[in-house]
Design a binder for this molecule. Structure first.
Ligand code: NAD
Ligand code: UFG
Length: 339
């Protein structure tokens, strides 16, 4: 029988793409989601892509008795923990909500995993833990820096909580995947990112501008110390990122009382202006954009060293930024104009 894997936040952007890859590799994903930042229609997309009915538990990961019931009924082999609030700016306005949701959900999960001797955990971390790095590309040994937002701090604290739990040597094997910038959508255009309201992130803003939902994109600064003056990021196709989770589960199969953090990126930096130019070239859409002031809190440039993910996970990206921009645009065109 297929191993059950609990996917908290499995109806969300990265979680839903990971559910597809889990099924493709013979696992039985069990989605646990309260739909605070996703739509139930995602389940229809998943069914169309995979041809399978996916088990869903609707509820809140911070609710221990609910999580105990999920574990009792599904007896999972492992957990991929995506469920969290993720908007950096909002976390500054609502720190308590962010600390509560992101930390309590992890604590409850670890307690229930221990009760059920479920010893495999893949955790969604972020390259924000590196802050403004002194050296590029950033390796996993690059020192982490004090987080600039409550959101970033929840990722650092979460990594510490998992590290300290593993150190008790009760068998838990865990990896924090430090994502760089996930973009794109499933090539079927049946699932993708569903930003609520005005997007903060670059690529949804680009596609919504091209679709006429937004009047103009503002490029936040062209006076950075980079070749074209705009910020540089490591944009990774969400399908590649999803596959990294499955590789990590397999890697953890042979691990006990083990913790590590691994970068998940392409290793290649792309500037904001390069994203704009590539998008125009691939889609044939002229993008209305202007150069504006810097956005506070943005790091100048960051991209991943991918040596460790290649070496230990035997994983590397297969898709390009161009693939991701094409898929993001195709997905955008399926969306009804909502806001
Ligand atoms: P998302 O908001 O699309 O998905 C998160 C899902 O978790 C949503 O479906 C939401 O309804 C659910 N959720 C949140 N809190 C919950 C709770 N208490 N109980 C049950 N369900 C809950 O976000 P995403 O982009 O898919 O991100 C997934 C994870 O990856 C998050 O932990 C995020 O912090 C992390 N991450 C995301 C990015 C990014 O740029 N998207 C980058 C780095 C790290
Ligand atoms: N940008 C613009 N205009 C916009 C939006 C973004 O120029 O309208 C620029 C930003 O200044 C930045 C780049 O596009 O240089 C990327 O910005 P995003 O907001 O898309 O992504 P960030 O790198 O700021 O952060 C994202 C997520 C975080 C996550 C981080 C690392 O928002 O949650 O990636 O994974 F932690």
């Amino acid at each position: 029988m297929a191993d059950s894997i609990i996917v908290t936040g499995g109806a969300g952007y990265i979680g839903s793409h990971t559910v597809v890859e889990l099924l493709a590799e013979g696992y039985k994903p069990v989605i646990v989601d309260n739909f605070c930042n996703s739509e139930k229609s995602v389940l229809n997309g998943l069914k169309k892509i995979t041809g399978k009915e996916i088990t869903l538990y609707e509820g809140d990961c911070t609710n221990k008795s609910f999580m105990q019931r999920v574990f009792e009924e599904t007896n999972p082999k492992g957990v991929i923990h995506f469920a969290a609030y993720k908007a950096v700016g909002e976390s500054v306005e609502k720190p308590l909500e962010y600390y509560h949701n992101n930390l309590v959900s992890l604590l409850v999960l670890l307690e229930v995993m221990k009760e059920h001797t479920c010893n495999t955990l893949v955790f969604s971390s972020s390259c924000t833990v590196y802050g403004n790095p002194d050296e590029l590309p950033v390796t996993e040994e690059t020192p982490t820096q004090k987080a600039v937002s409550p959101y970033g701090n929840t990722k650092q604290i979460s990594e510490d909580i998992i590290h300290d739990t593993v150190a008790t040597k009760t068998g838990l094997g865990a990896v924090s995947l430090r994502y760089f910038n996930p973009i794109g959508a499933h090539p079927s255009s049946l699932i993708g990112e569903l930003p609520i309201g005005v997007p903060n992130n670059l690529v949804p803003f680009v596609t919504q501008t091209a679709a006429g939902w937004r009047e103009q994109l503002t490029v936040f600064g062209n006076d950075y110390n980079t070749p074209d003056g705009s910020n540089i990021r490591d944009y990774i196709h969400v399908v590649d990122l999803a596959k990294a989770h499955v590789k990590t589960l397999k890697y953890l199969e042979s691990k006990s009382s083990f913790y590590d953090a691994i970068n998940v990126g392409t290793g290649k930096g792309t500037s904001v202006l390069e994203v704009v130019t590539s998008f125009e070239k691939i889609t044939g859409q002229k993008l209305n954009y202007k150069i504006g002031p810097r956005r506070s809190g943005d790091v100048e440039q960051i991209y991943a060293s991918v040596d460790k993910s290649k070496q230990v996970l035997n994983w590397e990206t297969e898709l390009t930024v161009e693939d991701a921009l094409r898929d993001a645009w195709n997905w955008q065109q399926t969306l009804p104009k909502a806001n």
